[in-house]
Design a protein around this ligand. Structure first.
Ligand SMILES: Cc1ncc(C[n+]2csc(CCOP(=O)(O)OP(=O)(O)O)c2C)c(N)n1
Ligand SMILES: [Mg+2]
Length: 348
């Protein structure tokens, strides 16, 4: 089903992606899956904290990033998509590893990387993405911002407030709502009474589109069109990308407690990475050997990031360093208190 808003322009970028871009998307989808699985497994070994696997959202993250400009646009991930955003900078992998180990980020962030740290507190990234976009418009900067969030996050007030403001200001922002069927154990049938999530865009005065989120080509074309609208001064678009959360919600979850194995089995036929490999394979653009080689390369790059992370030292109190250019007196007091507390714990 497709919902459109009156005045929505015809597809602006139906020509792309090129064969080369599709092959690159294939590579990045495999990378995303390998990186996510490695982080998941490290949690099982007690070496990193709680994390959320990407399984099922690879085509959305990779297809969207492929349609943007890493030199002009900004991406705000929720907490799964970061694995698929390598096109914006290889350094992202190092940051993902560090964050999962508890590093507060901050000074480790390269200035040119236009991907914000992933966000655990639901929907809080959405007002930031809108503010960034509105700011770009006011300053006359080119480009746009894109924000990923889930079906569950779309029930938060932050989404409604930010989307309303974006509609009023015609901010160059793309809302990518990932409908993966679940918000932990809440099915989408309990999440909204609307006919679709895309339909909500109507109330904000911009177009809403419901697309197949397991197809990176459809994602690419939709985001390219949304970007052309946004950067052309026509304002936001809401894209509801439909997929299925194939894995655990996070490492802290056991989905067998609330969903039936048959449902997961049925969704596996639409698993985006294998589906895209088969499609490109049929067109002579990809082979099983290339899949194996790409997986090996992803593992090797992950090993490198893990090694570099082991050689990095930091203190929990470093989180106070990069919040403001000049820390407030209260933050300085809190930092001193934390350092004293950790030192006392160390002595105990
Ligand atoms: C403000 C806030 N409320 C509740 C939570 C707990 N929580 C973490 S993930 C999640 C479900 C989110 O579902 P969705 O937005 O659909 O994303 P998905 O996990 O399916 O990718 C909830 C309720 C949270 N992290 N932040
Ligand atoms: Mg969800």
């Amino acid at each position: 089903m497709v919902t459109t808003h009156p005045g929505s322009p015809a597809s602006a970028a139906a020509s792309g992606p090129t064969d080369d871009e599709q092959v690159e998307m294939m590579r990045r989808m495999i990378d995303a899956n390998v990186f996510s699985t490695r982080i998941f497994n490290l949690q099982r070994q007690g070496r990193v904290g709680t994390n959320a696997p990407i399984d099922g959202s690879e085509a959305i993250a990779v297809g969207a990033a492929a349609a943007l400009d890493p030199k002009q646009d900004w991406i705000y991930p929720q907490y799964r998509e970061q694995y698929g955003l390598g096109r914006f900078g290889d350094e992202l992998l190092d940051l993902i590893v560090l964050y999962n180990m508890g590093h507060p980020g901050g000074g480790a962030y390269p200035e040119h990387l236009r991907v914000f740290p992933y966000q655990i507190s639901l929907a809080t990234q959405i007002p930031h993405a809108v503010g960034t976009a509105w700011g770009m418009k006011v300053k006359g900067d080119p480009g746009c911002s894109l924000v990923f969030f889930g079906d569950g996050s779309s029930s938060e007030g932050d989404f409604y407030e930010a989307a309303n403001l974006a509609g009023v200001r015609k901010a160059p922002v793309i809302f990518v709502l990932i409908n993966n069927g679940w918000a932990i154990s809440t099915p989408t049938s309990s999440q909204t009474g609307a006919e679709s999530f895309a339909a909500k865009a109507h109330a904000f005065g911009f177009p809403g589109r419901r697309i197949d989120g397991t197809d990176p080509i459809e994602v690419y074309r939709t985001i390219a069109e949304a970007r052309a609208r946004a950067t052309g001064g026509m304002g936001p678009m809401l894209v509801e990308a439909v997929t299925y959360r194939l894995g655990h919600h996070t490492t802290a979850d056991d989905p067998t407690k609330y969903r039936h194995a048959d449902e997961v089995e049925a969704a596996k036929s639409r698993e985006p990475v294998a589906k895209f490999a088969a499609l490109l394979g049929a067109r002579g653009l990809w082979s099983d050997e290339q899949t194996a080689a790409q997986e090996a390369s992803a593992h090797e790059r992950f090993d490198g990031a893990w090694e570099r992370a082991q050689a990095t030292t930091w203190q929990p109190s470093d989180m106070f360093e990069h919040t403001y250019a000049t820390p407030t007196p209260r933050m300085l007091r809190q930092r001193a208190e934390m350092i004293a507390h950790l030192a006392a714990e160390g002595e105990a």
